[in-house]
Design a protein around this ligand. Structure first.
Ligand SMILES: [Zn+2]
Ligand SMILES: [Zn+2]
Length: 157
């Protein structure tokens, strides 16, 4: 939990260097996300009149499956330039939820082990990043016309 007592914030701000255990973040890991590390937070809290302002960045490492080749790799999830504003805060403020929502937005839509991941062959399932398969895509693309070669035009004779 990431709680701040606003009375403990000095005038020049309060540095918060902490980690939030992954279990507390309640990130739905599902099939694509295998494992996440605790979230490292480097934040600074300050009071602007009656409002709490928290700025900084958070980062974690997620073991994810590449959406193209399904191989597991480490994706660094970073949320930079966080700015959370809490107006008229109570004495104790819990920022866990705000931090959680912020890092969720930092997850990419598509996990790619590399920008030029070749993925799996849709015919034989081989990982094309590692080896070449023998599937013949040339004949595949021309197959609609290949069928014509098999028609026996002499059949009605
Ligand atoms: Zn991949
Ligand atoms: Zn293949």
């Amino acid at each position: 939990m990431l709680q701040i007592n606003i009375h403990h914030i000095p005038e020049n701000g309060l540095e918060i260097d902490t980690t939030i255990p992954s279990a507390e973040l309640e990130i739905n890991t599902g099939d694509r996300i295998k494992k996440i590390t605790p979230l490292v937070c480097e934040l600074k809290a300050s009071m602007v009149e009656k409002d709490l302002v928290v700025r900084g960045n958070t980062t974690m490492v997620a073991n994810v499956a590449c959406d193209k080749c399904l191989v597991e790799y480490e994706e660094i999830i970073e949320s930079e330039d966080i700015c959370i504003v809490k107006e008229n805060t109570p004495e104790i403020v819990d920022l866990t939820n705000d931090i959680r929502e912020d890092i969720l937005l930092a997850f990419p839509q598509l996990f790619l082990c590399s920008d030029d991941c070749k993925g799996l062959c849709y015919k034989c399932g081989i990982n094309l990043n590692l080896e070449k398969c023998k599937c013949d895509f040339e004949s595949e693309t021309s197959s609609p016309w290949d069928a014509l070669n098999n028609i026996n035009f002499d059949s009605d004779k």
